[in-house]
Design a protein around this ligand. Structure first.
Ligand code: CTP
Length: 406
């Protein structure tokens, strides 16, 4: 079985389709990244793509002839379109324009790339890039849904300022994120049959009907883990605190608010799960006596809140662990490793992701994270700063290897 590790691309044959959008210039970086990971790369471009990046650039970087024309005698004699399709272990189209997605979804084959698309039998990875308004058009949404239903791995575009000056989703995903999608496609569902319970987001502890105590968690790390596990074939249950993120395509979502509700959610889902990944930032304290009515400020100079301890979810469910694998996070601002090692012992974990939440560009409210993985045997691995979606796969790789070695 292929596992989704950083070595997953060594020796693999990647056929890269490049279509005509501004993101085509990033194909050069993508080819270099594939080569750096030890893959063989062959590129096919549409005519429109050549307006944004030259075939010579991609030919030089890939060290292979670039395919351009369906009816080029020399090209077809050296490598025919069927041979190119049969050669590939994985077919990646980045950027994939709305035009390409429309043709691929409808079986139109009017150039070399779309003809190859019909002959492909290996895993397919699509990294769309386009203007946000095109991205949300029902035709594009329907075409993508169709391609996904046929098994394509879709690496959604990033959000931010687009080449046209508008702001929104549409720009080609970061190279690292496309690489993660390619590894997943090659991993062929290495988590198939594994049932994963993920908790995510903050909890809210009410002070009165309109106020609460919470924390800075956005849920992004937990949601990235849930999404990565689904795309690798796991059956995922997500118990989530209040966040404003799109729901990942998991089997069951339980929405909770307080730490007590999260504990109940975890207890309910645990019997049907093999792994628990506690990425939620659970509030440790709650107001002892939340007011039933909104607290008025009249004639008060200030108020004091009496807080009491919330249950520690991992400790509470420890006795129910059985043969399951438990992973947690350690959010620390000092003594990262020492505190994380204490938590792995006290909470009976197999793995802890130690997070310095005070470091810039890491932890809460960031798209990226940086962490140290510490396992039950004391093994450590430093994960450099990377997008949370990429880190999600690295965490799952580690959990899977601990699961196999149990
Ligand atoms: N956790 C939990 N129940 C809590 C608090 C935390 O299950 N009441 C889990 C978290 O989901 C995480 C791990 O325990 O996986 C460590 O959480 P963290 O906030 O780092 O530590 P705490 O246990 O809350 O300890 P402290 O706040 O003292 O650092």
């Amino acid at each position: 079985m292929q596992t989704s590790t950083a070595q997953a691309l060594t020796g693999r044959k990647i056929l890269l389709g490049v279509t005509g959008g501004i993101g085509a210039y990033k194909a050069a970086e993508l080819v270099r990244a594939f080569k750096r990971e030890g893959a063989q790369v062959s590129v096919v471009m549409t005519r429109s793509a050549t307006h944004f990046i030259t075939p010579l650039t991609l030919e030089t970087l890939s060290q292979n002839p670039v395919g351009l024309d369906m009816f080029s005698l020399t090209e077809e004699r050296t490598i025919g379109h069927i041979d190119r399709a049969a050669w590939a272990d994985v077919f990646v189209v980045a950027p994939a324009t709305a035009n390409y997605l429309g043709k691929a979804a409808n079986g139109i084959a009017d150039d070399l790339l779309t003809t190859i698309t019909l002959a492909i039998r290996c895993p397919v990875v699509l990294a769309p890039a386009m203007n946000s308004r095109m991205w949300s058009h029902p035709a594009v949404v329907a075409n993508l849904a169709e391609l996904k239903s046929r098994g394509a791995v879709v690496v959604p575009p990033g959000e931010g300022e687009l080449a046209c000056g508008e702001v929104g989703p549409g720009r080609l995903a970061e190279t690292e994120i496309i690489l993660a999608g390619v590894r997943n496609a090659l991993a062929h569902g290495d988590l198939t049959g594994i049932r994963v319970l993920v908790t995510a987001g903050p909890t809210r502890e009410p002070i009165d009907p309109v106020r609460f105590i919470s924390n800075r968690s956005t849920g992004r790390m937990g949601y990235a883990i849930a999404e990565a596990a689904v795309s690798r074939g796991a059956e995922v249950t997500l118990v989530t605190g209040p966040v404003s993120l799109p729901e990942p395509p998991v089997r069951i979502v339980q929405r909770v608010s307080t730490a007590h509700e999260m504990l109940e959610g975890v207890k309910k889902a645990l019997p049907d799960c093999d792994w628990l990944i506690m990425a939620a930032a659970v509030g440790d304290f709650r107001p002892s006596r939340p007011s039933g009515q909104k607290i008025k400020k009249d004639s008060r100079d200030g108020i004091s809140l009496n807080l009491e301890r919330n249950p520690d979810i991992l400790k509470e469910i420890g006795p129910l662990k059985g043969g399951r694998l438990f992973a947690g996070f350690a959010a620390e601002t000092e003594d990262l490793i020492r505190n994380a090692e204490k938590k792995i012992r006290e909470k009976g974990l197999d793995l802890i992701v130690a997070n310095d939440v005070s470091a810039a560009g890491s932890g809460f409210e960031s798209d990226e994270n940086q962490a140290t993985l510490i396992d039950r045997d004391g093994g450590t691995a430093d994960l450099e700063r990377m997008p949370k979606r990429v880190m999600a796969d690295r965490i799952l790789d580690k959990v899977l290897s601990l699961w196999k070695g149990r």
